[in-house]
Design a protein around this ligand. Structure first.
Ligand code: DAH
Length: 341
């Protein structure tokens, strides 16, 4: 009679079958425990060796251990198989498309006012203007007196001024750059200055801080016609072909003659709306031939030299372009609004 337990072969076959059937690491561990664990059937056989005749123990033990070894190998092979199967499944189920665009972090763009400002700078630069800057805290003299607005001049009332000291103001317009530049240099020249200005004013179309472009040309033969032609081209450059503009005669202490410049209201196409106060036109700025007194204040001889100047707001352009009915929309910094512009 064989020293090997009679059902050992059947036990091995049974173990192989169970291992092959195990469909997860967990199930495989349970199968393994059922055969090779401390209470498993193979371990039980090994414990039974002690009941055999001593002469048979060696052979029986060796045979059982070989079976144990083979089952162990079979379990290991199945474990590897299950693992690579799981990996393959994870790879196909959790596929990552690395070519997809990332989430969030949308692209920014220039602020609408920055765009207006740069377009105007580009235009004037291309027409031979050099770009200058002046301080936002200005002397009362440069902001008013030198521009032919002496103390108590009624025109001062229209520029609700913020004083920061008895003779220092937050500039109410960019025109004082004219004084600084004209005092410093010899004509001829063409200069533009863009920047922030301040007035005590608040309404849908006015904010206490806003931006202007100032331009002025001094030469021997500057003319009002030249001024008009330049501003028509500038309006077309920023508002596009088909923009309608008009000159309206007006008064400024620092120009003579003076005109105001209006843009056709694009919001109502000229029919009249709240934004244009039912006139069909929106004021854009002022202009004129530089007053001889202003030239004289800067040491320029007005019998030899003459010049023209203009000053316009930047916000109006952005508001017309984007159909904005409140200037605040440009300064609140609300990303939800800016994203739409
Ligand atoms: N400085 C004026 C204002 O802010 C605008 C202006 C008018 C500027 C006529 C000019 C000009 O240079 O010639 O109201």
């Amino acid at each position: 009679m064989s020293v090997v337990p009679p059902h050992l072969e059947a036990l091995e076959a049974e173990a192989r079958h169970a291992v092959a059937e195990a469909s997860s690491a967990q199930a495989l561990a349970e199968v393994r425990a059922g055969f090779l664990g401390r209470k498993g059937s193979v371990s039980a056989l090994l414990r039974g060796i002690g009941r055999l005749d001593p002469s048979e123990r060696g052979a029986a033990g060796a045979e059982i251990n070989r079976v144990k070894q083979r089952i162990e190998e079979c379990v290991a092979a199945r474990r590897t198989e299950l693992k690579s199967g799981e990996q393959a499944r994870a790879l196909s189920e959790h596929r990552i498309d690395v070519s997809l665009p990332g989430a969030g972090g949308g692209r920014g763009h220039l602020h609408p006012l920055t765009r207006v400002r740069r377009e105007i700078e580009d235009f004037l630069w291309s027409r031979g203007f050099s770009l200058e800057e002046g301080p936002e805290v200005e002397t009362e003299y440069n902001n008013f007196e030198a521009l032919n607005m002496p103390a108590h001049h009624p025109a001062r009332d229209t520029q609700d001024t913020f004083f920061v000291a008895s003779d220092r103001v937050l500039r109410t317009h960019t025109s004082p750059v004219q004084i600084r530049a004209m005092t410093e240099r010899e004509p001829p020249f063409a200069i533009a200055a863009l920047g922030r200005v301040y007035r005590h004013d608040l309404s849908p179309r006015h904010s206490p801080m806003f931006q202007q472009v100032e331009g002025f040309v001094v030469g021997r033969e500057t003319s009002f016609a030249e001024l008009k032609g330049l501003l028509f081209s500038l309006a077309e450059h920023v508002m596009g072909d088909g923009v309608e503009i008009r000159f309206r005669s007006s008064f400024f202490p620092f120009t003579e003659p003076s005109a105001e410049l209006d843009l056709r209201c694009l919001l109502c196409a000229g029919d009249g709306c709240v934004t244009c106060s039912s006139t069909g036109w929106i004021e854009w700025g002022g202009c004129g031939m530089i007053h001889p007194k202003v030239l004289a204040n800067c040491g320029i001889d007005s019998r030899e030299w003459q010049g023209f100047a203009f000053g316009m707001g930047l916000e109006r352009v952005a508001m017309l372009r984007h159909n904005l009915d409140h200037i605040r929309l440009l300064y609140d910094g609300d990303v939800r609004v800016l994203e739409q512009l």
